[in-house]
Structures are given as C-alpha cells and as structure tokens.
Design a protein around this ligand. Structure first.
Ligand code: PLP
Length: 860
C-alpha cells in the first residue's frame, strides 16, 4: 500500500541528550568530522542508511538506544565537549571581529537562487549553488555578519538515473521540510511569518520562511507551498530551474522582493541590524534593488533617484556568465505585467514602471536583461576569475560606451572552495599537525611546511583515498546496473571493476555543450588503448546531470554510457548517475587527475578542479577560468587550446588530440615511474607542489576575505557616506549625488574639448622627454572640480588606437575665451616607439566609485 502523504516526526530526545538536537540542526556538522563521528557512533548502520543525515538518524534511532546513550559516560563526555565546541565556534571572535568595525559593514545580505550547503538540503543544481554554500560556510568561519536568502524548493533539482538504454531519467522526490534541519520563522507570538507579494488580477503570492543555520549564518528560504496560496501559486517554489519563463519570473520576484521582506521580518524578530551591503550572486534576485528603492520612497519619502543612489552605493553584483546566451532575459511585457502599467497598481505601485524597465534595457528592445539590471543597480560588480573579469568587461562594455573594455568597471574575485567541506579528513589531520590549527591554514606560508612530509606518506594518503573511491564506485555501479534492469547474477564483474592501483581520472560536471563531456570520445580507439594499456592503464570516472529540457546534453550522456557499457572497457570507464555533493566528495578525494575541457573562455571559473587540487589531485585542463590564472607549469597540465578557430569540429579534433598526447606522453609515464619502494617520486612532487601552491589560493576563506576587503567594506563605506545628512537633511549626501548625476547627464552632450595644444618636446623626443599638454574645454555649466580632465598617452597601432595607455590628470589652470576652462599637465613620455595622446573629460564626484562609473566620457 502506498501512503497518501508522508511527514516526519522528530524523536523526543532524553533531557541529557538535548544537545544532540542543536548539533543536528546547525549544519556546521556537515564540515565538522568529530560531530559526524559522534552521530555515526549512535548507530553506525543506521547512520549509513540515513544517508549520514543527523536529523534522519535521530528520527530513526530506537528510543531504547537513546536511553542507553543517556547513561553512557563516554558518549556524554564526547557530546558535552562537542556542544561546548559548537557554542565556542558560534560566539568566539573570528577574523572579522579583528577588523576595524568603522570600515566594515554591520550586516551583509547575500542573495542566490541556489545554495549547496550539504547533501541533506538539496537546494542546488551545480557550481553556482555549491559556491554559494561555500561562501556561507567561510563567512561563518570568518565571523561575517551575513544573512543569506534564497528559495525552498520542494523537489530541489532532480535525482538522475539511467534507463537500460543509457538515457537520463529525472525523479523529483518531494522533500518534507519537517525532516530537514530547518525552523520556521515565527513572530514573538509564535505565528509563522508570511511574506506577501501583490500579483496581477488582485492575487497575492505568499511564502513562509524557513531558516537553516549554517554555522553562524542564517539562511532564509522562502516557500510558497502553503494552503494560504491559491493552487497555481503554491507551485512557484516547486523546483529549481524546472519551469517556463512565467514560472521563473515569479521565482525571481519572490527571491528578490520577497527576500528583502523576509530579511526585514527576520532582523526585526532577532533584533539584528539591517544589512548595509546587499550582494547578488548572479542577477536572478536583482529585483531586490527595486524593492529597496520602494522602501526608501515610501518609508523615507525620498525621490526615485536619491533612493537609487543609496541602493547602488550598497549593492554588489557578481556575474557568473561568460556568454550573452547564458543571461537570464524576460520579455518586456512580462515584467510590465507584474509591475503594472503606469497608473495601474502593480507589485510596487510607488515605483514608476518605466524606471523598472529601464534597468533591464538592452539592444533588443523586447527583452528585459537581468544582468543589465544587476549592473545598473550595483555600484560595484565583479566576475569570478581574472579571465572572466576580462571577458565580462568586453561583454558588458555597451553599458559604458566610449570606454575601452579594459576600463569597464567590472573587477574580479576568483572563486574558492570551503576547505573543511572538500578536503579529505586525512589531509585535514595532516594540515592540523603541520599548522597547529585549521584557522592557521589560511596563511599561505604555513603550506610550505608540507616540505617536511615524507614522499612515501603523501603517496600513502593518495593511495588510500583512491582505494576508498574504487569501493564507492563499485557500489554505485552495482546500484545503477540494478536500476537499469540488470540482475545480480550478471554483475559479478563489478567486484573487480576498477583498480585501486590504476591511475584514476575524474570528469564530473553539469552537461551543457560548452563543457564537452564527450571530447574524450573523439577518437574512441585511442581512448580505449589508453584504458587498456597493459603496463600503464588508466581508469575514468564520468558523472554529471543534464538540464531536463536539454536533449542534446542527454544524448552526450548516452554516448558515454554506451561506450562504457561494453564488456571490453566497463572495468575501466563508468558513467555514475546522480552526481551530487556526496559523490563529488569521493571523486575529489580519490581521483589522481581532474580533467576539464571546456570551450575556452566559456568556463567562468570552475571549482571542481580546485576541490581536486585541495586533495592533491593534478589538474589536466584547458586554460580556462581559474586554471588560466594559476597553472604554473608544475601543478598539472594545460591542454593547448585552439580558440579563435572558427571551425568547431577542427577545434575539437585538435584539442582532443592534444589531450591524448598529454595522457600518453606525460601523465601516464609520470604516474607509473616508480622507485624501488613503488613510489612515483616525480608525481608526488607535483602533488606536493599543487598542495603548497594552490592549497591556500583555492580556499573560499581567501575568496570571502577578498570580497570583504575589496567589495563589502568599500560598499559599506559608500553607503555610510551617501546616507549621511547634510545640514540636518537626512540622506543629504545621497540627494546631492543624485542631483549631481542628473546635472551631469543633462550637461554631458554639450561638453566639448575645443582645443588641445602640445609644447615642450625636443625635435627628437626620447623616452622620458617631457610633454606639456593644454586643453580648452567647454564645461556646459559644470564646475572644473566636477569633472576630471585627463591626458591619455601610449603606444598607437596602425589605426592610431592607443594600446594600454597611461592616464594623467590635468590641472585646472584658468579660464579661456567664451566661458571655457583651461586644463594642463606636463608629463614624461611613457614608452618608446609610435606614441600618441588624446585628452578626455570624465565626471568626477567623491561619492562615485570611479570616474568611469556613469559611463560618460568626452574625447578630444
Ligand atoms: C563543485 C561542484 C560543481 C561545480 O563544478 P565545476 O567545476 O564548476 O563544473 C558541480 N556540482 C557539484 C556536486 C560540485 O561539488
């Protein structure tokens, strides 16, 4: 008989074990091995059955066992110690508390559509979500006052299985929030908080708010599946990336606007300060900025532009998309439908709909572009690796017309991964021995101490982890074959499939075309020869989910499955279904080599290779994303790219051949070159070098510190300065900046550089010869100190375009004829060769993040 409905009843813990409740609901257990060990010791078999989920374990364990533990001195000691350790973790001063609080935000709100914190809370589809989860964990470890906001998806993403034919099948198991480490946000009287959004046709979208505790960080998840909603609105948060655009825009409105309302309720109930920095992890939750404008208009009675000035000062936007096709865009009418035509009440009646639409404007007038909205609502923006920063500056340069891509104000912070979540316990233990504490591992020089570790010991850890992976692969293979309809009797071969001594290569990631899942199959014979080599074989583990609507992706998976199904090779290559955090961990721990072959530069950063590197895995990758930045010739291999080649087929051929060559000529020989004790010394030195060099760089604690110092703190300072009153008028500085912006926009078309004079150069100028430039500028009513006039000098190419020029500020030196102003400077020639110069005028205001911020420039 099938149950009509299922729900979870939490166990009643004996009083003496009450701390288990706290330890199970704070997700810090997911990166704290001692706490996991404590839960496992309650009932090791049940712990495995419960999928290593403390809440599920406590729900399933027999009351008699709990009574027994309540009398078990040893268990109680361990429990008390871990509970005290958790309390200490939650209250002790961390890195953030050592910073100068005057320059730091008092609160940061972090918005993301997905969060991969732990496999027990499957709220993610891939890299973006895992990154957000790692951001929260490191923010917790560093003590940041961060509140995270997203949606609670009843079915998460999907569980992947395979049909007999190798086709991806999706399952959407329903999650019961009562069985998850969540609490419902309720007011002082105990009534659940409901966030409300006005929808077209006088409907209302309501959501309750679940709170997950990620160490110190509260994660608020909005859930529309409640009886207070009309039927069709209950499904708004049913799935992640599961619906059409109509479904998606409702999710994004709820995450952005509802997210702000949830934060307001949360901070009021908990007595916390309102955040002063708002970070959009990708543009999906961008409507949060519009809601904040509404707040300022209706609560502080500010005008739209002053409100926008405050929102921009306090908003940080991170883009993760290197291609225009990857950007979230909606039909303009769809956005208009929700915000109401002017004169009709929409979702935010105080905000003129025309202004909302202008945020998302792009070259296609029928589209509303969420990334453009993010950039227009945030004074600070960044990409997620050096290369991706460059790609983003070029991709979005239409928003800053007149500037070379290099000057587009989008920076970069290279992503990172949370060490305690992704490093194998063996490495964490070794790290703690060498460094004295896990915190000390944030200091790069501590990693140099790996020099003291015996080569044999490093190899022993690597081999142990590989052996564990092989065990896990066999179990997963068996399960998958059974699911695909095989019988136990046919599966005898699995007991010896894969080999703990064979070079093991991992390839796991989502399956969009640009990641080229099947590049390795370009020459199947050559791959087969590598797998089956008698002396130096390799084994390959492949995994990844395809978007449910992407049949092309599913066909790629099927191709791999069909290749791997063949008896000749099935003991050396496998596609494992249902790539998730728990499988990922085993792969990163155990694989010797992590393979990545995206179409450069479409991988914005990539983080799986970082997780592998953190475990001494060597990357074998196209120089894209983070690998372009940190490959140093000895920490792995670069697959040469043929980017720029228009013929994609030829490009694939060339890059695949390069991959096979590397495997044949460098990777396998190094792995199998052993000393008399069986240790591959050269390989282990590469492992050691990888850990020493990449270890400290790939950490999310490095990333979160970078965000704090380069984005959060400057944003908090901008916000404080713009919110300051002037002559008793609240938000005076914001009003002034907003008025300045308006004045500059009106004046700009009339600004003109009427004359540029150069003097001082000798007849044959030498490098360093001094040049004096004098420019006459019509400022169209602006004051000389309201603009920046710059000389721009550098080498010029055949078409007179300046290459990597230097800019020199020119000084106001008097007024000229007809109300013009004179600016001048004397500067040495910066380079030899063909040199050119020009002069330009930019807006200048102390509250702008940079003179390029407004995208206005006038050239001579
Ligand atoms: C790290 C991770 C990813 C992201 O990997 P990429 O290198 O960015 O493709 C995706 N899924 C899981 C489960 C991960 O752990």
């Amino acid at each position: 008989m099938k149950a009509l409905r299922r729900f979870t009843v939490r166990a009643h813990l004996p009083e003496r074990l009450a701390a288990l409740g706290r330890l199970s609901t704070n997700l810090r257990w997911s990166w704290d091995k001692p706490t996991q060990d404590l839960f496992a010791s309650i009932d090791p078999r049940l712990w495995q059955q419960a999928g290593q989920d403390p809440v599920a374990l406590l729900g399933a364990v027999a009351p008699a066992r709990l009574d027994e533990l309540a009398e078990d001195e040893q268990f109680l000691n361990a429990l008390d110690q871990l509970a005290a350790d958790l309390d200490d973790y939650l209250s002790r001063p961390m890195w953030y508390q050592e910073q100068d609080s005057k320059s730091m935000p008092s609160g940061i709100a972090y918005f993301s559509m997905e969060f991969g914190v732990a496999e027990v809370l499957p709220n993610y589809s891939g890299g973006l979500g895992i990154l957000a989860g790692d951001h929260l964990k490191s923010a917790s470890d560093l003590g940041l006052p961060l509140i995270a906001v997203g949606l609670y998806y009843r079915s998460g993403y999907f569980r992947q299985s395979l049909t007999a034919d190798g086709w991806q099948h999706e399952n959407y198991p329903s999650l019961d929030p009562q069985g998850l480490p969540l609490r419902l946000l309720a007011d002082a009287a105990g009534a659940p908080v409901l966030v409300e959004l006005a929808m077209p046709d006088a409907k209302v979208l309501r959501a309750r708010v679940w709170v997950a505790q990620v160490g110190r960080i509260p994660l608020l998840l909005l859930d529309s599946d409640i009886p207070e909603n009309e039927h069709d609105l209950r499904t708004v948060t049913d799935r992640l990336y599961g619906g059409d655009q109509e479904h998606r825009i409702k999710q994004e409105l709820l995450a952005g606007i509802g997210g702000i309302r949830a934060i307001r309720a949360f901070t009021a109930i908990e007595g916390r300060p309102a955040p002063d920095v708002y970070h959009m992890n990708e543009g999906h939750a961008g409507f949060l900025g519009v809601e904040r404008i509404r707040e300022y208009i209706s609560e502080q009675k500010l005008d739209f532009d002053t409100a926008l000035t405050l929102v921009r000062a306090s908003t940080v936007f991170t883009t993760h998309t290197p291609v225009p096709a990857g950007i979230d865009r909606f039909p303009v009418e769809m956005v208009q439908m929700y915000f109401g035509d002017d004169g009709k009440d929409g979702l935010l009646p105080e905000v003129p709909v025309g202004r909302v639409l202008a945020f998302g404007a792009e070259d296609d007038p029928s589209k509303f572009n969420m990334a453009h909205m993010g950039l227009r609502l945030a004074q600070r923006a960044n990409g997620v690796s050096l290369l991706h920063g460059r790609v983003s500056r070029a991709m979005f340069d239409e928003l800053w017309p007149g500037f070379d891509p290099a000057e587009v104000p989008i920076g970069s912070i290279t992503n990172g991964v949370h060490g305690p979540t992704w490093a194998a316990p063996q490495w964490i233990e070794l790290g703690r021995e060498l460094a004295g504490s896990t915190e000390a591992l944030r200091e790069p020089n501590v990693w140099a101490r790996l020099q003291q570790v015996d080569t044999g010991h490093i190899w022993w850890i690597r081999s142990q982890l590989r052996a564990l992976l092989v065990e896990d692969v066999r179990q997963r293979l068996r399960r998958s074959w059974l699911e695909r309809g095989a019988s136990e009797a046919e599966l005898g071969w699995i007991a010896t499939a894969f080999d703990p001594d064979v070079l093991t290569i991992g390839f796991a990631r989502r399956v969009p075309t640009y990641k080229r899942l099947t590049l390795m199959l370009r020459d199947p014979q050559r791959l087969e020869a590598l797998l089956l080599d008698k002396d130096r074989p390799l084994q390959l583990i492949v995994a990844g989910k395809s978007h449910p609507a992407d049949d092309a992706g599913k066909a790629l998976i099927q191709q791999i499955v069909k290749f791997a199904d063949r008896p000749e090779v099935r003991h050396r290559i496998a596609f494992l279904p249902d790539y998730d955090m728990s499988m990922a961990r085993q792969l990163y721990w155990g694989c010797d080599v992590w393979l990545n072959n995206p179409l450069r530069p479409l991988e914005a950063c990539g983080t799986s290779g970082m997780k592998s590197a953190l475990n001494g895995g060597l990357n074998l990758s196209i120089r894209d994303g983070w690998w372009d930045e940190w490959y140093d010739g000895e920490n792995g291999w670069e697959i040469p790219t043929a980017d720029g080649l228009a013929d994609e087929n030829r490009r694939d051929d060339i890059e695949a051949a390069a991959l096979y060559n590397l495997l044949e000529q460098s990777v396998t020989p190094t792995f199998y070159d052993r000393d008399d004790k069986g240790v591959p010394n050269r390989w282990v030195e590469m492992v050691r070098h990888t850990l020493q060099g990449l270890g400290p760089k790939v950490l999310a604690s490095r990333m979160v510190r970078d965000y704090t110092e380069k984005y959060y703190a400057p944003a908090a300072q901008s916000f404080r300065r713009t919110s300051a009153p002037i002559d008793g008028l609240p938000f005076g500085a914001a009003r002034e900046l907003s008025a300045y912006r308006q004045r500059v926009r009106e004046a700009w078309p009339h600004i003109e550089i009427t004359d540029v004079d150069s003097t001082g150069l000798p007849d044959t100028p030498l490098l360093g010869s001094e040049l004096t430039l004098t420019a006459t500028v019509a400022l169209a009513g602006l004051k000389p100190d309201e603009v920046d006039v710059q000389a721009v000098l550098g080498r010029v190419d055949a078409s007179d375009a300046l290459q990597d020029p230097v800019t020199v500020d020119m000084v106001h030196s008097g007024s000229g004829d007809g109300g013009t102003d004179i600016f001048s400077t004397t500067t040495p020639l910066p380079v030899a060769g063909s040199v050119g110069y020009t002069v330009r005028v930019l807006p200048h205001h102390p509250l702008l993040a940079g003179d390029n911020e407004l995208g206005l420039v006038t050239l001579a």
